[in-house]
Design a protein around this ligand. Structure first.
Ligand SMILES: C[S@@+](CC[C@H](N)C(=O)[O-])C[C@H]1O[C@@H](n2cnc3c(N)ncnc32)[C@H](O)[C@@H]1O
Length: 244
């Protein structure tokens, strides 16, 4: 594992090397890379397995936000082939691949922005999202987390697997570059672009807690996705953390 200093040095160098590159629209970004996508993401294999293991056994109906081609769902359906999934994604070609792979499962796909999707009220046993929400500012995510909390049945779980910033410096650096690039290219607020703006674990956890979640478990993985199990509840914000 790299030291934090080396990691930040490499990140600064990469931002410098790519400073002239244009931001790409989110859905176009993934459509263009569909062919190599699953191979590119295979480095996360262990995180996908862990993610599926952490989904509670009694779940029947789950909502996957930013499901893409469903790499997390491949493992979830291996564990329980009867689970009913609604997968929401902006990118139709990613959803088409997911449907092709899993034509024999209970699957509904919705090509829509998940911030606009009607999650409903006390409808889902679990809501999951893997490697998608780190593309958005906390102001936008906080409102979504409230909708997710509202959409879960009592005792339901929000399982989040995502890229987490290693420190405030990483979070602030990426946020400032992101905002500057958007400003330079005059990109309206409503347009989504592909650029990573992860939060630190502290800030991500606080957003979830502010939406009413109890953080049950955190698998903090510096070399893979960090996985957070957040349960629907009102108070008693306990925190358990385990390094993997
Ligand atoms: C890195 S991929 C992850 C896909 C899948 N969860 C996985 O781990 O293989 C991120 C996905 O989030 C989707 N996405 C990003 N922003 C979205 C939004 N606002 N609404 C719906 N989907 C979104 C992208 O289209 C893309 O398929």
């Amino acid at each position: 594992m790299k030291s934090k200093e080396k990691y930040l040095q490499d990140l600064r160098q990469w931002l410098h090397d790519t400073s002239g590159s244009q931001l790409e629209e989110m859905s176009d970004f993934f459509s263009k890379r569909l062919d190599g996508y699953e191979e590119h993401m295979s480095v996360w294999e262990e995180s996908y397995k862990l993610f599926a293991e952490l989904l509670p056994f009694q779940c029947r109906k789950i909502l996957d936000l930013g499901c893409g081609t469903g790499l997390e769902l491949d493992h979830i359906w291996q564990k329980d082939p009867a689970i009913e999934v609604t997968g929401v994604d902006l990118c139709q070609s990613m959803l088409d691949k997911l449907s092709e792979k899993h034509s024999d499962r209970h699957l509904v796909t919705v090509c829509q922005d998940y911030f606009r999707y009607d999650i409903g009220c006390e409808k889902w046993d679990a809501i999951i999202s893997f490697e998608s929400l780190h593309h958005f500012l906390p102001e936008r995510k906080g409102k979504l987390y409230q909708k997710i909390h509202n959409g879960l049945k009592k005792g339901g779980v929000f399982l989040l697997g995502d890229y987490i910033a290693c420190c405030d410096e990483e979070e602030e650096l990426l946020r400032s570059v992101y905002l500057e690039k958007r400003k330079q290219s005059l990109i309206p607020d409503k347009n989504f672009v592909h650029f990573d703006i992860p939060l630190t674990l502290e800030h991500e956890s606080r957003l979830l807690q502010n939406a009413g979640f109890i953080i049950e478990k955190i698998l903090d993985n510096p070399d893979g996705a960090t996985i957070i199990t957040a349960k629907k509840g009102d108070k008693n914000y306990g925190l358990q953390s385990k390094n993997i």
